[in-house]
Design a protein around this ligand. Structure first.
Ligand code: ASP
Length: 604
């Protein structure tokens, strides 16, 4: 085995590079043995590197010592192979492989390293538990699928940087060891050794720093930045994640939307995905009304219809009483949904109740009349009215919820998304983008009995709503926007408050006293006093964007070293206990020593 790697072993090509045009060339490749086969004495080695796989053959009719050494090679051993490119023999061309027309006839072999038998074959994704893949992440990343994702992530970051650079943005780093930034999650705290009893908080986002950079006259800021949010386990969330964070001065909503569209168009271009000329913009109210969601999946139409007027006077009490009590009856017409089984419809009803509705009414649309479910309670004219209001045709399924308007919309919105997938109302590679704007500024937090920000407390209310701030805060809309793709929120932001007085008013509305505001954000309120320009920005979730562009399903496939749902890293065993000496230095006493299981926990 070669203990040192010298210049004589340098590769001439990567394992993904050689083509028919290279036949006859003397080459040297370096890489890992992906597989080996012995066909009647001829040894076939598939040699892999980041770029691809090349077939190498060792002919027993040639150098015997060389052939004997090659026969010892095992999977994932690291070698340098010199040889000549030759066409593959009759019937052995592999059109699936970019290098499939050629092979390298080996003339020399240097073993650079051995590998123990691997617990995870690179690229053996399906058969291996994800926790094992994460534990041996270096083997997992060695495979083509993850290598592709990491390259794509790099290209996407580059695309983002290039658009922002062209438009005069400066990339500026902001601190990780800082004070709390309110984004609605728990903070990760880091004890400060030099100030016992004090803690840094890891930033949930650079929100306050990017606004301070606008006060500082930096005008156009961006950063591909890690954010830390100690959230409870949720599928496709990571406790640390990366976002493209942007802030601009002297802009309106339209400027931020236009810039983001330009960034995403370039991202889609490098990822080979379509991006529309015009991205539809819906207000929050429109999105909730038509799709029952603030992140509507527009890969398919199937809008919600308000049929309250149609059913207000009908005999069916569930409908007429709901409307009479100020509620609404909303309906969804699922094209071709008539073929759904009773079991499938029951599952939809369970979704409705899970999202707060009292129940789900349904009927199948048949040539003569509505049938099944609720149909028998509906008179002829109500049936006809419903068919017309929902543009229902034969073979469709009508689904209705009678409840408070928001509850009915939400429940049917969830059902709509389920049905889109179940009835295959879109193609696998379809993309549908939209903007959702004008979110309510605040939401009522029932548990805490106070108003809470829908985005964060630095979001500007609309100018025309300012006089409702004290009288009817729930009706105040904000200058906020989210970008949505295929029913997933990929980013969001807002025009910010730039007046210290208005900022204080909003804190008050949120139940944050002057003292609490001074203690938590005093430095920021102080900064606002010194000539803050009007400004606004956005943050885009990089991990989710990469996942979508890669056509993947798990956000973890877009991240080199992700954490499990419980925030653990199976590779390193983090989080783990600390030495007593470290704890003493920090002045920390542990009330409950970590159990080995939890401190090293991996699984989801
Ligand atoms: N700071 C916000 C977030 O991280 C984004 C923004 O308002 O720009 O979600």
């Amino acid at each position: 085995m070669a203990e040192t790697f010298d210049a004589s072993l340098r590769r001439t090509h990567t394992c993904g590079q050689l083509r028919a045009a290279d036949v006859g060339a003397a080459v040297r490749l370096c890489g890992w043995v992906r597989s080996y086969r012995n066909h009647g004495g001829v040894l076939f080695i598939d040699l892999r590197d980041r770029d691809g796989v090349t077939q190498v053959i060792f002919d027993p009719a040639g150098d015997k010592a060389l052939h004997d050494r090659a026969a010892e090679l095992r999977n994932e051993w690291v070698v340098a192979v010199g040889g000549t490119v030759q066409p593959r023999g009759e019937g052995r061309v592999n059109p699936e492989m970019p290098t499939g027309e050629i092979e390298v006839l080996a003339g020399e072999l240097t073993l650079l390293n051995r590998s123990d038998p691997v617990p995870v074959e690179p690229d053996a994704k399906e058969e291996v538990a994800e926790e094992t893949r994460l534990q041996y992440r270096y083997l997992d990343l060695r495979g083509a699928a993850m290598t592709r994702n990491l390259r794509l992530r790099h290209q996407i970051c580059r695309a983002m940087r290039s658009v922002l650079d062209q438009r005069g943005f400066t990339e500026i780093e902001t601190p990780f060891l800082t004070k709390s930034t309110p984004e609605g999650a728990r903070d990760f705290l880091v004890p400060a050794r030099n100030q016992p009893g004090c803690f840094y908080a890891l930033p949930q986002s650079p929100q306050l720093f990017k606004q301070i950079l606008m006060v500082a006259g930096q005008d156009r800021y961006y950063q591909l930045v890690r954010c830390f949010r100690d959230e409870d386990p949720r599928a496709d969330r990571q406790v640390e994640f990366t976002q493209l964070d942007v802030e601009m001065s002297f802009v309106t909503e339209a400027d931020v939307l236009e810039l983001t569209n330009a960034v995403m168009a370039e991202v889609c271009r490098v990822a080979g995905r379509p991006f529309p000329q015009e991205v539809p913009v819906l207000t929050y109210a429109e999105a909730m009304e038509a799709y029952g969601s603030d992140r509507p999946d527009l890969r398919f139409e199937m809008p919600l219809r308000d049929v309250s007027r149609v059913v207000a006077g009908c005999e069916f009490k569930i409908f007429s009483q709901a409307v009479g009590a100020g509620g609404a009856v909303k309906a969804l017409c699922a094209p071709g949904g008539g073929k759904l089984s009773r079991k499938q419809i029951d599952a939809l009803a369970a979704t409705a109740t899970e999202f707060g509705a009292k129940g789900l009414c349904w009927c199948k649309v048949e040539p003569a009349a509505l049938a099944g479910g609720t149909a028998k309670f509906l008179d002829e004219s109500t049936q006809a009215g419903l068919r017309q209001a929902c543009s229902a045709g034969e073979g469709d399924l009508l689904l209705m919820v009678a409840d408070k308007p928001a509850v009915a919309a939400r429940a049917l919105g969830e059902i709509r998304v389920r049905l889109g997938a179940e009835l295959k109302l879109y193609a696998d590679d379809q993309f549908a983008w939209c903007w959702v704007t004008d979110f309510p500024l605040v939401e009522w937090d029932e548990a805490e009995q106070r108003w809470d920000s829908s985005h964060h407390p630095f979001t500007s209310p609309r100018g025309e709503d300012l006089d409702k701030l004290d009288t009817d805060p729930g009706s105040v809309l904000s200058r906020s926007y989210d970008i949505v793709c295929n029913g997933a929120e990929l980013g969001g932001g807002s025009i910010r408050i730039h007046s210290p007085q208005l900022q204080r008013r909003i804190f008050k509305l949120l139940g944050i006293s002057d003292e609490a505001a001074a203690e938590r954000f005093g430095f920021f309120l102080e900064a606002l006093r010194y000539g803050t320009p009007p400004h606004g920005g956005i943050a885009l979730g990089l991990d989710r964007i990469v996942m979508m562009m890669a056509g993947g399903e798990s956000i973890r496939d877009a991240i080199a070293f992700p954490k499990t749902l419980r925030g653990a890293c199976p590779l390193t065993g983090a989080p783990a206990g600390a030495d007593q000496r470290q704890l003493d230095e920090l002045g920390i006493r542990i009330a409950q020593p970590p159990t080995g299981e939890d401190s090293n926990a991996g699984g989801d």
